[in-house]
Design a protein around this ligand. Structure first.
Ligand code: HEM
Ligand SMILES: *[C@@H]1O[C@H](CO)[C@@H](O)[C@H](O)[C@H]1NC(C)=O
Ligand SMILES: *[C@@H]1O[C@H](CO)[C@@H](O)[C@H](O)[C@H]1NC(C)=O
Ligand SMILES: *[C@@H]1O[C@H](CO)[C@@H](O)[C@H](O)[C@H]1NC(C)=O
Ligand SMILES: *[C@@H]1O[C@H](CO)[C@@H](O)[C@H](O)[C@H]1NC(C)=O
Length: 323
């Protein structure tokens, strides 16, 4: 029986390859015919608004990363009774990012109702926001479909924690088809944006439970953070991840890593093996353009993780709710 079912399945696959057995792929300009202005609407909105709110580029990029540990727009879905706590935990800046995406989606829907997915809009917006602040530009092949399940809790559980070490980070990335090179490059996104003290205050106040600091953090930097930013173990102040140039996409983050000044354990972890450290040194002593190109290639790869295409999922009308 089992064999037969498999055999029939095989025949079905053979007859209906486009429907069920081969997955449609993303492609550049997927909306070229169905909504020719879609990408322009996104870009124009970003170009108009990001210069007045440049700190939004970071949460938009981060949101795309979080979404892409599934790449189906599920990060945008509003809380339900079940997962309310998760979205409530998302910091304010990120919440501003949700409004931004909803605005753009509204404009795109006016032009072509029910055609362009929220997952694509998020991928395009993140790319354009980074480009508008002077960062790298990368290709965003489109054709993603939106997920039907508001599985934010699961999605968030998938996302690597700032307390991860190199092996848990690599494992997390590998589960999405991303290697150590992608890990080092994509972590470079921490050259923009902020982090809240609560995500690393253990490194300042109680690293091993003996009221000690994390020895892998520069003690001078730790003292400074304790004096001016994270003044108590429960402080929730925000800290620029690349102080002084947290709005500029540059090599500052990698330079900090080599000075043992990355704020999260997951940042510091990248200098704990020869291979990842060598990559960081190569980036720091290389051209900005090389970082931009390699970052862009890893972003394109990230943008393909577990996408839904073809007939899967749906095109959500409002990014915050499943149709
Ligand atoms: C490698 C594993 C990663 C970990 C553990 C991690 C963790 C974090 C944490 C804890 C924050 C601070 C959030 C807050 O306090 O509000 C943060 C911020 C940020 N992350 Fe990551 N991240 C990782 C990888 C990435 C990747 C791959 C990207 C994008 C490609 C990214 C982009 C950002 C950005 C732009 C911010 C700043 C957000 C803002 O300014 O609001 N991160 N990350
Ligand atoms: C968000 O902003 C409001 C008002 O500025 C503040 O009361 C609240 O604590 C902030 N929430 C987070 C998670 O930062
Ligand atoms: C990394 O973290 C995991 C899980 O906490 C732990 O089992 C492992 O021993 C750690 N690896 C290193 C090299 O510290
Ligand atoms: C430090 O960590 C230990 C072990 O986790 C805990 O028992 C202790 O209460 C912590 N101390 C403070 C001041 O947070
Ligand atoms: C989603 O939640 C936000 C914040 O609570 C709210 O402003 C917005 O109207 C909601 N969107 C939808 C479509 O329900």
């Amino acid at each position: 029986m089992r064999k037969n079912a498999g055999f029939n399945g095989l025949i079905l696959c053979f007859l209906l390859p486009l429907l069920s057995c081969s997955r449609a792929d993303l492609k550049l300009g997927f909306y070229y015919q169905s909504c020719p202005n879609a990408e322009k609407i996104v870009f124009d909105y970003v170009e108009k608004h990001i210069p007045h709110a440049p700190t939004l580029a970071a949460p938009l990029l981060r949101m795309h990363f979080h979404d892409c540990f599934g790449c189906d727009g599920s990060v945008l879905i509003n809380s339900t009774v079940k997962n309310r706590a998760e979205k409530a935990a998302v910091p304010n800046l990120t919440l501003r990012g949700f409004d931004f995406i909803d605005e753009i989606k509204g404009l795109v829907e006016e032009e072509c109702p029910g055609v362009v997915s929220c997952a694509d809009i998020l991928a395009l917006t993140a790319r354009d926001a980074v480009a508008v602040i002077g960062g790298p530009y990368w290709n965003v092949p489109t054709g993603r479909r939106d997920g039907l399940i508001s599985n934010m809790v699961e999605a968030l559980n998938n996302i690597p924690a700032p307390t991860f070490n190199l092996s848990t980070l690599q494992k997390s990335f590998a589960s999405k088809g991303l290697d150590a090179h992608d890990l080092v490059l994509l972590s470079g996104a921490h050259t923009i944006g902020i982090g809240h003290c609560q995500f690393f205050s253990n490194r300042l106040y109680n690293f091993t439970g003996k009221l000690d600091e994390d020895p892998s953090l520069d003690p001078l930097y730790a003292a400074n953070l304790k004096k001016y930013k994270c003044k108590t173990p429960t402080d929730t102040t925000i800290v620029e991840m690349d102080p002084g140039s947290f709005r500029t996409f540059d090599l500052g983050y990698y330079k900090l890593l080599l000075k043992r000044r990355g704020i999260f354990q997951s940042d510091a972890a990248l200098t704990t093996t020869g291979a990842t450290k060598a990559k960081i040194e190569q980036l720091v002593y290389g051209l900005l353009e090389v970082f931009f190109n390699e970052f862009g290639r890893s972003m394109e790869k990230l943008g393909r993780v577990e996408v839904k295409t073809g007939e899967e999922g749906e095109i959500r009308r409002h990014c915050a709710v499943v149709n």
